[in-house]
Design a protein around this ligand. Structure first.
Ligand code: C2E
Ligand code: MG
Ligand code: MG
Ligand code: MG
Length: 276
């Protein structure tokens, strides 16, 4: 293996493999520096209405411009960041950056659609999470209704009472809340009805499974019926083919996000395509 090949494979090494912990340590210290050196940046993936293709939102996704390895995807460094206690700093950066970018893009002619920001467990559990969100909204000038936070099912179920009140407090202020990767975790249906939510994001694994005969269609149909009864918006992730969009539209899904429409884009590219 060449050095770069070895490093690219880093994320798939399990801790049992020799050298894995050293590589992880290296990555961890490089990530620490990355924050200081401003090597992290955000890209934005459009979300569209399945009915007419109009832009309905943007998801902010973090990237790391590594000095030797090029752009590193979040799957390779978010888990390291969570374990190393760096996730709060990355999360703060993404929240600030996304709010500011949304205000810039709206001012430059992008339709006033919300920006969705992924929140990590270690971020949501911090006592100052709510004040942090409110302060980023205030300093950027972004209307609360134009910010959506994305959390996963496991985060909801970990500490139910405090999550219920946190989400209710956010939504009282007008901030939107989406459940990411819905269907891949363990949600209690009883709690789902007690949580203050706006949207369920149907995980891309279901969208992929819809392409072949099997149980996926019934599952997606059920998730959409559940969302409707809770008055939640539905968005399908990982829509890559026109047939995916067709099927999801027929099943009554509201919105979609995926390579069929756009890859995650830099701010300038997004504006070039969507400003009006
Ligand atoms: P996610 O939040 O579920 O984001 C969707 C992922 O699917 C993104 O990968 C996106 O680039 C990818 N994707 C979008 N459309 C398609 C498609 O049509 N086909 C396929 N195969 N993939 C598609 P990405 O950017 O690599 O992010 C991976 C995960 O990393 C995210 O999953 C999210 O859990 C996490 N992540 C990304 N940015 C952040 C962040 O700022 N903070 C936190 N805490 N987590 C983040
Ligand atoms: Mg997400
Ligand atoms: Mg997702
Ligand atoms: Mg995901």
């Amino acid at each position: 293996l060449s050095r770069s090949e070895g490093e690219r494979r880093l994320a798939v090494y399990s801790p049992r493999q020799p050298g894995a912990s050293l590589r992880r340590l290296t990555l961890e210290s490089q990530l620490r520096l990355a924050l200081q050196r401003r090597e992290l940046f955000a890209v934005y993936q459009p979300q569209v209405a399945l009915a007419d293709g109009r832009l309905v939102g943007l998801e902010a996704l973090v990237r790391w411009r590594h000095p030797e390895r090029g752009v590193v995807p979040p799957g390779e460094f978010i888990p390291v960041a969570e374990e190393a206690g760096l996730i709060a700093a990355i999360g703060d950066f993404m929240l600030r950056e996304s709010c500011q970018a949304a205000v810039r893009m709206h001012a430059a002619g992008l339709p006033p659609v919300p920006v969705s920001v992924n929140i990590a467990t270690g971020q949501l559990r911090r006592a100052d999470f709510l004040p942090q969100v409110l302060s980023e909204l205030e300093s950027s000038g972004l209307a609360p209704a134009l910010l959506e936070i994305e959390i996963t099912e496991s985060m909801l179920m970990a500490d139910v009472q405090s999550t219920i009140s946190l989400l209710a407090a956010l939504r009282e202020r007008g901030v939107r809340v989406a459940i990411d990767d819905f269907g891949t975790g363990y949600s209690s249906l009883a709690y789902l009805g007690r949580l203050s939510l706006d949207r369920l994001k149907i995980d891309q694994s279901f969208v992929r499974d819809l392409r072949v005969p099997g149980p996926a269609e019934g599952i997606v149909r059920t998730v959409i019926a559940l969302a409707r009864s809770l008055r939640l918006n539905t968005l399908a992730e990982g829509v890559e083919q026109a047939e995916d969009a067709e099927r999801l539209r027929a099943l009554g899904c509201d919105d979609a996000q995926g390579y069929l429409y756009d890859r995650p884009l830099a701010e300038a590219d997004l504006l070039a395509k969507y400003r009006t």
